[in-house]
Design a protein around this ligand. Sequence first.
Ligand code: CA
Ligand code: CA
Ligand code: CA
Length: 141
Amino acid sequence: MNKPVDMIWERVVRNLFIGTAAAALLAVAPLTPAQAEMTDVEVNFVKADKDGDFALDLGEVLVITIEHFKESDTDKDGKVSKEEAGEHGDHPEFSDNDTDKDGAVGMEEAIAEKIADFKAADTDGDGSLTIDEVRKHQQGN
Ligand SMILES: [Ca+2]
Ligand SMILES: [Ca+2]
Ligand SMILES: [Ca+2]
């Protein structure tokens, strides 16, 4: 691993701890009417924004990616197969993400994809994504 990746992992690990605390808080907080009216993009944004600064840094995005990955990998073999991916398995993006073409997406493949996604979405290049940048990126897809 080269230096930048090490730095990213440091942030991921740190954010995982922050995320656990935030998740505990969210679990006890009742859903307000405002939250109930949020779009999927907004709900996912708030969930990913572990430190609550209304911006997603790469660490926060990767924490969510890893959480999703672990949830999807039901047989815990470290890869998400087409079956495990469910409806996403039929998406062209699934085979795109499967860079070694073994029919499943590994954690490294999923992370590489998210880093590319993050860079594409970060249109002002400041290293974090605002809700507007996320919205525009989703619309562009
Ligand atoms: Ca944040
Ligand atoms: Ca699996
Ligand atoms: Ca940005």
